[in-house]
Design a binder for this molecule. Structure first.
Ligand SMILES: Cc1cc2nc3c(=O)[nH]c(=O)nc-3n(C[C@H](O)[C@H](O)[C@H](O)COP(=O)(O)OP(=O)(O)OC[C@H]3O[C@@H](n4cnc5c(N)ncnc54)[C@H](O)[C@@H]3O)c2cc1C
Length: 410
Protein backbone atom coordinates (compact mmCIF):
# COMPACT_ATOMS: atom_id res chain seq x y z
CA UNK A 1 0.00 0.00 0.00
CA UNK A 2 1.29 3.50 -0.76
CA UNK A 3 2.66 5.04 2.43
CA UNK A 4 1.66 8.62 1.52
CA UNK A 5 0.37 10.80 -1.26
CA UNK A 6 3.86 12.07 -2.05
CA UNK A 7 5.32 11.78 -5.53
CA UNK A 8 9.07 11.33 -5.32
CA UNK A 9 11.32 12.05 -8.29
CA UNK A 10 14.88 10.69 -8.16
CA UNK A 11 17.30 12.72 -10.29
CA UNK A 12 17.06 16.52 -10.42
CA UNK A 13 18.13 17.36 -13.92
CA UNK A 14 16.10 18.18 -17.03
CA UNK A 15 13.72 15.22 -16.94
CA UNK A 16 13.22 15.35 -13.17
CA UNK A 17 12.49 19.09 -13.12
CA UNK A 18 10.18 18.80 -16.15
CA UNK A 19 8.27 15.99 -14.43
CA UNK A 20 7.65 18.19 -11.40
CA UNK A 21 6.46 20.95 -13.74
CA UNK A 22 4.18 18.58 -15.65
CA UNK A 23 2.60 17.23 -12.45
CA UNK A 24 1.75 20.76 -11.30
CA UNK A 25 0.55 21.77 -14.77
CA UNK A 26 -1.84 18.83 -14.67
CA UNK A 27 -3.27 20.06 -11.39
CA UNK A 28 -1.65 17.63 -8.96
CA UNK A 29 -1.60 19.48 -5.64
CA UNK A 30 0.00 16.85 -3.42
CA UNK A 31 3.54 16.71 -2.15
CA UNK A 32 6.34 16.54 -4.75
CA UNK A 33 9.90 15.80 -3.64
CA UNK A 34 12.64 16.18 -6.23
CA UNK A 35 15.87 14.58 -5.04
CA UNK A 36 19.17 15.12 -6.82
CA UNK A 37 22.71 14.27 -5.81
CA UNK A 38 24.32 17.22 -7.58
CA UNK A 39 24.66 20.40 -5.51
CA UNK A 40 23.13 22.60 -8.24
CA UNK A 41 19.66 23.65 -9.30
CA UNK A 42 18.40 21.32 -12.05
CA UNK A 43 20.11 22.31 -15.29
CA UNK A 44 20.28 21.42 -18.97
CA UNK A 45 23.44 19.86 -20.31
CA UNK A 46 23.64 20.94 -23.99
CA UNK A 47 25.38 24.28 -23.21
CA UNK A 48 28.09 22.43 -21.26
CA UNK A 49 29.84 21.35 -24.47
CA UNK A 50 28.93 24.51 -26.43
CA UNK A 51 28.37 28.11 -25.33
CA UNK A 52 28.99 27.55 -21.62
CA UNK A 53 32.20 25.64 -22.30
CA UNK A 54 33.65 28.51 -24.29
CA UNK A 55 32.42 31.10 -21.83
CA UNK A 56 29.80 32.58 -24.15
CA UNK A 57 26.67 31.74 -22.18
CA UNK A 58 25.71 32.33 -18.58
CA UNK A 59 25.37 29.61 -15.96
CA UNK A 60 21.82 30.79 -15.13
CA UNK A 61 20.75 30.18 -18.71
CA UNK A 62 21.34 26.46 -18.22
CA UNK A 63 18.94 26.21 -15.27
CA UNK A 64 15.63 24.53 -16.06
CA UNK A 65 13.82 26.92 -13.69
CA UNK A 66 14.99 29.82 -11.55
CA UNK A 67 15.46 28.96 -7.89
CA UNK A 68 12.22 30.72 -6.88
CA UNK A 69 10.15 28.44 -9.12
CA UNK A 70 10.51 25.46 -6.77
CA UNK A 71 9.13 27.28 -3.73
CA UNK A 72 6.43 28.99 -5.79
CA UNK A 73 5.27 25.61 -7.07
CA UNK A 74 5.73 23.83 -3.75
CA UNK A 75 8.25 21.43 -5.16
CA UNK A 76 10.60 20.26 -2.38
CA UNK A 77 13.96 20.32 -4.07
CA UNK A 78 16.62 18.35 -2.20
CA UNK A 79 19.94 18.91 -3.91
CA UNK A 80 23.17 17.24 -2.76
CA UNK A 81 21.10 14.25 -1.76
CA UNK A 82 21.80 10.76 -3.06
CA UNK A 83 19.04 8.17 -3.11
CA UNK A 84 20.66 4.96 -1.90
CA UNK A 85 17.80 2.47 -2.17
CA UNK A 86 14.17 1.88 -3.06
CA UNK A 87 12.13 -0.19 -0.64
CA UNK A 88 9.18 -1.26 -2.77
CA UNK A 89 7.43 -3.19 -0.02
CA UNK A 90 7.16 -0.14 2.27
CA UNK A 91 6.87 2.38 -0.60
CA UNK A 92 9.90 4.32 0.58
CA UNK A 93 13.19 5.54 -0.74
CA UNK A 94 16.22 5.72 1.51
CA UNK A 95 18.63 8.60 1.14
CA UNK A 96 22.37 8.28 1.76
CA UNK A 97 21.95 10.10 5.10
CA UNK A 98 19.44 7.37 6.12
CA UNK A 99 16.40 9.66 5.79
CA UNK A 100 13.40 7.79 4.43
CA UNK A 101 10.79 9.31 2.14
CA UNK A 102 7.41 7.72 1.57
CA UNK A 103 6.13 7.66 -1.96
CA UNK A 104 2.80 6.92 -3.56
CA UNK A 105 4.40 7.11 -7.01
CA UNK A 106 8.09 7.14 -7.79
CA UNK A 107 9.78 8.47 -10.91
CA UNK A 108 13.32 7.46 -11.81
CA UNK A 109 15.08 10.25 -13.70
CA UNK A 110 18.62 9.25 -12.80
CA UNK A 111 20.12 9.80 -16.25
CA UNK A 112 23.45 8.42 -17.30
CA UNK A 113 27.13 8.66 -16.37
CA UNK A 114 30.23 8.72 -18.56
CA UNK A 115 31.98 5.42 -19.18
CA UNK A 116 35.42 5.50 -17.66
CA UNK A 117 38.60 4.77 -19.56
CA UNK A 118 39.57 1.25 -18.60
CA UNK A 119 43.30 1.67 -19.22
CA UNK A 120 46.47 2.22 -17.24
CA UNK A 121 46.73 5.93 -16.43
CA UNK A 122 42.98 6.41 -16.92
CA UNK A 123 42.72 8.00 -13.47
CA UNK A 124 45.59 10.43 -13.95
CA UNK A 125 45.19 14.12 -13.32
CA UNK A 126 44.05 15.97 -16.45
CA UNK A 127 42.13 12.96 -17.75
CA UNK A 128 38.68 14.49 -17.71
CA UNK A 129 35.06 13.69 -18.58
CA UNK A 130 32.20 15.94 -19.64
CA UNK A 131 28.80 15.39 -18.08
CA UNK A 132 28.23 17.92 -15.30
CA UNK A 133 28.44 21.67 -14.96
CA UNK A 134 31.53 21.12 -12.77
CA UNK A 135 33.15 19.04 -15.54
CA UNK A 136 32.43 21.81 -18.04
CA UNK A 137 33.95 24.49 -15.79
CA UNK A 138 37.02 22.33 -15.19
CA UNK A 139 37.53 21.76 -18.91
CA UNK A 140 37.05 25.45 -19.64
CA UNK A 141 39.70 26.20 -17.02
CA UNK A 142 42.05 23.72 -18.67
CA UNK A 143 41.55 25.39 -22.06
CA UNK A 144 43.26 28.45 -20.57
CA UNK A 145 46.25 26.44 -19.38
CA UNK A 146 47.00 23.87 -22.07
CA UNK A 147 48.14 23.92 -25.67
CA UNK A 148 47.16 20.38 -26.65
CA UNK A 149 44.14 18.16 -26.01
CA UNK A 150 43.50 14.58 -27.04
CA UNK A 151 39.82 13.71 -27.24
CA UNK A 152 39.07 10.01 -27.06
CA UNK A 153 35.81 9.25 -28.86
CA UNK A 154 34.35 10.95 -31.94
CA UNK A 155 30.72 10.95 -30.81
CA UNK A 156 28.60 14.05 -30.24
CA UNK A 157 30.23 15.07 -26.96
CA UNK A 158 33.77 14.46 -28.21
CA UNK A 159 33.16 16.45 -31.38
CA UNK A 160 31.41 19.35 -29.68
CA UNK A 161 34.20 19.56 -27.11
CA UNK A 162 36.77 19.40 -29.91
CA UNK A 163 35.07 22.37 -31.59
CA UNK A 164 35.04 24.28 -28.30
CA UNK A 165 38.72 23.52 -27.73
CA UNK A 166 39.56 24.79 -31.21
CA UNK A 167 37.59 27.98 -30.49
CA UNK A 168 39.81 28.38 -27.41
CA UNK A 169 42.92 27.99 -29.55
CA UNK A 170 43.86 24.51 -28.30
CA UNK A 171 45.40 21.95 -30.69
CA UNK A 172 43.14 18.90 -30.85
CA UNK A 173 43.64 15.29 -31.86
CA UNK A 174 40.57 13.04 -31.82
CA UNK A 175 41.16 9.30 -31.44
CA UNK A 176 38.36 6.98 -32.54
CA UNK A 177 38.06 3.20 -32.88
CA UNK A 178 35.77 3.42 -35.94
CA UNK A 179 36.93 4.68 -39.32
CA UNK A 180 34.82 7.85 -39.16
CA UNK A 181 33.09 10.01 -36.55
CA UNK A 182 29.44 9.26 -35.73
CA UNK A 183 29.45 6.33 -38.10
CA UNK A 184 26.97 4.23 -36.12
CA UNK A 185 24.41 7.04 -36.00
CA UNK A 186 24.88 8.75 -39.36
CA UNK A 187 26.57 6.18 -41.57
CA UNK A 188 29.70 6.76 -43.67
CA UNK A 189 28.45 9.58 -45.94
CA UNK A 190 27.49 12.00 -43.20
CA UNK A 191 30.27 10.71 -40.93
CA UNK A 192 32.69 11.93 -43.57
CA UNK A 193 30.89 15.29 -43.67
CA UNK A 194 31.57 15.79 -39.96
CA UNK A 195 35.17 14.58 -40.31
CA UNK A 196 35.73 17.19 -43.04
CA UNK A 197 34.13 19.93 -40.97
CA UNK A 198 36.57 19.25 -38.15
CA UNK A 199 39.58 18.88 -40.40
CA UNK A 200 38.76 22.26 -41.94
CA UNK A 201 38.86 23.67 -38.45
CA UNK A 202 42.24 22.18 -37.66
CA UNK A 203 41.35 18.93 -35.86
CA UNK A 204 43.60 15.94 -36.47
CA UNK A 205 41.89 12.52 -36.42
CA UNK A 206 43.32 9.08 -35.64
CA UNK A 207 40.73 6.57 -36.81
CA UNK A 208 40.72 2.83 -36.24
CA UNK A 209 42.79 3.27 -33.09
CA UNK A 210 42.43 1.72 -29.69
CA UNK A 211 43.91 3.53 -26.73
CA UNK A 212 46.26 1.28 -24.75
CA UNK A 213 47.45 3.58 -21.98
CA UNK A 214 47.56 7.14 -20.74
CA UNK A 215 51.18 7.97 -20.07
CA UNK A 216 51.85 10.12 -17.03
CA UNK A 217 54.48 12.19 -15.32
CA UNK A 218 54.11 13.28 -11.71
CA UNK A 219 50.54 12.02 -11.77
CA UNK A 220 49.56 14.15 -14.78
CA UNK A 221 48.54 12.82 -18.17
CA UNK A 222 51.27 13.46 -20.72
CA UNK A 223 50.28 11.26 -23.62
CA UNK A 224 47.98 8.70 -25.16
CA UNK A 225 49.60 5.45 -26.18
CA UNK A 226 47.99 3.84 -29.22
CA UNK A 227 47.87 0.15 -30.06
CA UNK A 228 50.95 0.35 -32.29
CA UNK A 229 52.95 1.70 -29.34
CA UNK A 230 53.18 5.28 -30.62
CA UNK A 231 52.34 8.04 -28.15
CA UNK A 232 50.36 11.21 -28.86
CA UNK A 233 51.91 13.79 -26.58
CA UNK A 234 49.28 15.96 -24.90
CA UNK A 235 48.61 18.26 -21.95
CA UNK A 236 45.18 16.79 -21.17
CA UNK A 237 42.81 14.04 -22.25
CA UNK A 238 39.04 14.21 -22.60
CA UNK A 239 37.50 10.75 -22.50
CA UNK A 240 34.19 10.90 -24.37
CA UNK A 241 33.52 7.22 -24.91
CA UNK A 242 29.83 7.15 -24.21
CA UNK A 243 27.62 6.86 -21.16
CA UNK A 244 25.97 4.12 -19.14
CA UNK A 245 22.45 4.53 -17.76
CA UNK A 246 22.27 4.93 -13.98
CA UNK A 247 20.26 1.78 -13.32
CA UNK A 248 21.74 0.60 -10.02
CA UNK A 249 18.79 1.71 -7.89
CA UNK A 250 16.31 -0.04 -10.18
CA UNK A 251 18.43 -3.15 -10.39
CA UNK A 252 18.79 -3.38 -6.62
CA UNK A 253 15.02 -3.05 -6.33
CA UNK A 254 14.52 -5.97 -8.75
CA UNK A 255 12.99 -3.84 -11.46
CA UNK A 256 13.64 -5.06 -15.03
CA UNK A 257 16.87 -3.54 -16.36
CA UNK A 258 18.55 -4.14 -19.69
CA UNK A 259 20.69 -1.26 -20.95
CA UNK A 260 18.29 1.07 -19.13
CA UNK A 261 15.26 0.71 -16.91
CA UNK A 262 12.71 -1.13 -19.01
CA UNK A 263 9.39 0.67 -19.22
CA UNK A 264 6.31 0.32 -21.38
CA UNK A 265 4.96 2.97 -23.75
CA UNK A 266 3.35 4.69 -20.73
CA UNK A 267 6.90 4.86 -19.24
CA UNK A 268 5.88 2.58 -16.38
CA UNK A 269 8.08 -0.22 -15.04
CA UNK A 270 6.52 -3.54 -14.14
CA UNK A 271 5.78 -1.97 -10.75
CA UNK A 272 2.63 0.11 -11.33
CA UNK A 273 3.89 2.79 -8.93
CA UNK A 274 7.33 3.28 -10.47
CA UNK A 275 8.04 5.11 -13.73
CA UNK A 276 11.26 6.06 -15.54
CA UNK A 277 12.10 8.84 -18.02
CA UNK A 278 15.02 10.41 -19.86
CA UNK A 279 18.45 8.93 -20.43
CA UNK A 280 17.93 6.11 -17.93
CA UNK A 281 14.70 4.79 -19.49
CA UNK A 282 14.59 2.19 -22.20
CA UNK A 283 11.01 2.62 -23.31
CA UNK A 284 8.83 0.56 -25.60
CA UNK A 285 8.22 2.65 -28.71
CA UNK A 286 5.00 1.69 -30.50
CA UNK A 287 6.30 2.86 -33.88
CA UNK A 288 9.51 0.82 -33.72
CA UNK A 289 7.92 -2.09 -31.86
CA UNK A 290 10.94 -2.37 -29.59
CA UNK A 291 12.43 -0.79 -26.50
CA UNK A 292 14.76 2.11 -27.28
CA UNK A 293 16.88 4.28 -25.02
CA UNK A 294 17.38 7.81 -26.27
CA UNK A 295 20.18 9.92 -24.81
CA UNK A 296 18.90 13.26 -26.03
CA UNK A 297 17.61 16.50 -24.65
CA UNK A 298 14.20 16.40 -26.38
CA UNK A 299 13.47 13.01 -24.90
CA UNK A 300 14.26 14.27 -21.39
CA UNK A 301 12.08 17.31 -22.12
CA UNK A 302 9.01 15.48 -23.45
CA UNK A 303 8.83 12.08 -21.76
CA UNK A 304 7.98 13.60 -18.35
CA UNK A 305 4.61 14.82 -19.71
CA UNK A 306 3.62 11.25 -20.40
CA UNK A 307 4.98 9.82 -17.15
CA UNK A 308 3.21 12.56 -15.18
CA UNK A 309 -0.07 11.68 -16.90
CA UNK A 310 0.38 8.02 -16.01
CA UNK A 311 1.29 8.82 -12.40
CA UNK A 312 -2.01 10.70 -12.18
CA UNK A 313 -3.98 7.77 -13.53
CA UNK A 314 -4.43 9.05 -17.09
CA UNK A 315 -3.80 6.96 -20.21
CA UNK A 316 -0.88 8.23 -22.25
CA UNK A 317 1.83 6.77 -24.44
CA UNK A 318 5.15 8.21 -25.56
CA UNK A 319 5.18 8.03 -29.35
CA UNK A 320 7.36 10.98 -30.37
CA UNK A 321 10.13 10.34 -32.84
CA UNK A 322 13.64 10.77 -31.43
CA UNK A 323 15.04 14.24 -32.08
CA UNK A 324 18.40 15.83 -31.38
CA UNK A 325 20.52 18.79 -32.36
CA UNK A 326 24.12 19.87 -32.34
CA UNK A 327 26.16 23.02 -32.91
CA UNK A 328 29.79 22.74 -34.01
CA UNK A 329 31.71 25.70 -35.49
CA UNK A 330 29.34 27.25 -38.05
CA UNK A 331 27.26 24.08 -38.38
CA UNK A 332 23.92 23.86 -36.65
CA UNK A 333 21.75 20.85 -37.26
CA UNK A 334 18.63 19.00 -36.17
CA UNK A 335 18.01 15.29 -36.68
CA UNK A 336 14.67 13.57 -36.38
CA UNK A 337 13.89 9.87 -36.68
CA UNK A 338 15.66 6.66 -35.84
CA UNK A 339 17.87 4.34 -37.89
CA UNK A 340 19.54 1.26 -36.49
CA UNK A 341 23.25 1.11 -37.37
CA UNK A 342 23.35 0.14 -41.06
CA UNK A 343 19.53 0.08 -41.16
CA UNK A 344 19.07 2.16 -44.34
CA UNK A 345 19.61 1.39 -48.00
CA UNK A 346 19.78 4.88 -49.48
CA UNK A 347 20.89 8.35 -48.49
CA UNK A 348 19.32 11.29 -50.34
CA UNK A 349 20.50 14.87 -49.98
CA UNK A 350 18.51 18.01 -50.81
CA UNK A 351 20.97 20.83 -51.43
CA UNK A 352 24.72 20.46 -51.81
CA UNK A 353 26.46 19.30 -48.62
CA UNK A 354 29.59 21.18 -49.75
CA UNK A 355 27.58 24.44 -49.49
CA UNK A 356 27.02 23.75 -45.78
CA UNK A 357 23.22 24.05 -46.16
CA UNK A 358 21.33 20.87 -46.95
CA UNK A 359 18.98 18.19 -45.70
CA UNK A 360 19.98 14.52 -45.62
CA UNK A 361 17.39 11.75 -45.59
CA UNK A 362 17.95 8.12 -44.66
CA UNK A 363 15.62 5.76 -46.51
CA UNK A 364 14.79 2.06 -46.43
CA UNK A 365 12.66 0.52 -49.18
CA UNK A 366 11.69 3.98 -50.41
CA UNK A 367 10.45 5.27 -47.04
CA UNK A 368 12.12 8.03 -45.06
CA UNK A 369 13.37 6.83 -41.66
CA UNK A 370 15.24 9.94 -40.56
CA UNK A 371 16.19 13.40 -41.72
CA UNK A 372 18.92 15.84 -40.75
CA UNK A 373 18.68 19.52 -41.61
CA UNK A 374 22.02 21.27 -41.61
CA UNK A 375 21.91 25.08 -41.43
CA UNK A 376 18.40 24.87 -42.91
CA UNK A 377 15.67 25.77 -40.45
CA UNK A 378 11.94 25.34 -39.80
CA UNK A 379 11.71 22.04 -41.65
CA UNK A 380 11.73 19.58 -38.73
CA UNK A 381 7.95 19.32 -38.54
CA UNK A 382 7.73 18.58 -42.28
CA UNK A 383 10.43 15.91 -41.97
CA UNK A 384 8.67 14.46 -38.96
CA UNK A 385 5.37 14.30 -40.88
CA UNK A 386 7.11 12.65 -43.82
CA UNK A 387 8.57 9.94 -41.59
CA UNK A 388 5.32 9.41 -39.73
CA UNK A 389 3.34 9.16 -42.97
CA UNK A 390 5.36 6.09 -43.98
CA UNK A 391 4.83 7.26 -47.57
CA UNK A 392 6.89 5.83 -50.43
CA UNK A 393 8.79 8.80 -51.82
CA UNK A 394 10.35 9.49 -55.17
CA UNK A 395 14.05 10.07 -54.35
CA UNK A 396 14.36 12.67 -57.12
CA UNK A 397 11.49 14.71 -55.76
CA UNK A 398 12.95 14.35 -52.27
CA UNK A 399 16.29 15.70 -53.50
CA UNK A 400 14.65 18.59 -55.35
CA UNK A 401 14.45 21.78 -53.22
CA UNK A 402 11.63 22.91 -55.53
CA UNK A 403 9.32 20.14 -54.30
CA UNK A 404 7.62 21.00 -51.00
CA UNK A 405 8.39 18.37 -48.38
CA UNK A 406 4.80 18.45 -47.19
CA UNK A 407 3.61 17.38 -50.62
CA UNK A 408 5.62 14.15 -50.32
CA UNK A 409 3.94 12.99 -47.13
CA UNK A 410 1.07 11.60 -49.21
C1 LIG B 1 27.86 17.92 -22.40
C2 LIG B 1 26.55 17.44 -22.95
C3 LIG B 1 26.01 18.04 -24.08
C4 LIG B 1 24.82 17.59 -24.62
N1 LIG B 1 24.33 18.18 -25.75
C5 LIG B 1 23.18 17.73 -26.29
C6 LIG B 1 22.69 18.29 -27.50
O1 LIG B 1 23.29 19.19 -28.07
N2 LIG B 1 21.54 17.82 -28.02
C7 LIG B 1 20.83 16.82 -27.40
O2 LIG B 1 19.78 16.41 -27.93
N3 LIG B 1 21.27 16.25 -26.25
C8 LIG B 1 22.43 16.68 -25.68
N4 LIG B 1 22.90 16.11 -24.53
C9 LIG B 1 22.13 15.03 -23.90
C10 LIG B 1 21.12 15.56 -22.87
O3 LIG B 1 21.73 16.54 -22.06
C11 LIG B 1 20.62 14.40 -22.01
O4 LIG B 1 19.86 13.58 -22.85
C12 LIG B 1 19.81 14.89 -20.82
O5 LIG B 1 20.63 15.57 -19.91
C13 LIG B 1 19.15 13.73 -20.08
O6 LIG B 1 18.48 14.24 -18.99
P1 LIG B 1 18.07 13.32 -17.75
O7 LIG B 1 17.35 14.24 -16.80
O8 LIG B 1 17.37 12.12 -18.22
O9 LIG B 1 19.44 12.79 -17.12
P2 LIG B 1 20.71 13.55 -16.56
O10 LIG B 1 20.85 14.87 -17.23
O11 LIG B 1 21.84 12.59 -16.61
O12 LIG B 1 20.36 13.81 -15.03
C14 LIG B 1 20.21 12.80 -14.08
C15 LIG B 1 20.46 13.39 -12.71
O13 LIG B 1 20.16 12.40 -11.73
C16 LIG B 1 21.15 12.42 -10.73
N5 LIG B 1 21.16 11.12 -10.04
C17 LIG B 1 21.52 9.92 -10.56
N6 LIG B 1 21.37 8.95 -9.63
C18 LIG B 1 20.92 9.55 -8.50
C19 LIG B 1 20.58 9.06 -7.22
N7 LIG B 1 20.67 7.77 -6.89
N8 LIG B 1 20.15 9.96 -6.29
C20 LIG B 1 20.04 11.28 -6.62
N9 LIG B 1 20.33 11.77 -7.83
C21 LIG B 1 20.76 10.93 -8.75
C22 LIG B 1 22.41 12.73 -11.51
O14 LIG B 1 23.45 13.19 -10.69
C23 LIG B 1 21.92 13.78 -12.49
O15 LIG B 1 21.98 15.06 -11.94
C24 LIG B 1 24.11 16.53 -23.98
C25 LIG B 1 24.66 15.91 -22.84
C26 LIG B 1 25.87 16.36 -22.32
C27 LIG B 1 26.46 15.68 -21.11
Amino acid sequence: MPGSEAFVIVGASLSGAKAAEALRAKGYDGRIVLVGEEPHLPYERPPLSKGYLIGKSEREKAFVHPESWYAENQVELRTGSHVAAIDRASHQVRLADATRLDYAKLLLATGASPRHLPVLGGNADRVVYLRTIDDSERLRGLFGQIGRLVVIGAGWIGLEAAAAARAAGVDVVVVETEQLPLQRVLGPEMGEHFAELHRRNGVDFRFGEIVGEITTEGGYATGVRLRDGSVLATDAVLAAIGVSPNTQLAQDADLPVDNGVLVDAALRTDDPDIYAVGDVARAYHPRYKQHIRVEHWANALNQPQVAAAGMLGEQAEYTRLPYFFTDQYDLGMEYVGYVEPGGYDRLVTRGDPASGEFIAFWLAEGRVLAGMNVNVWDVTESIRALIESGAQVDPEALADPGTALDSLAG
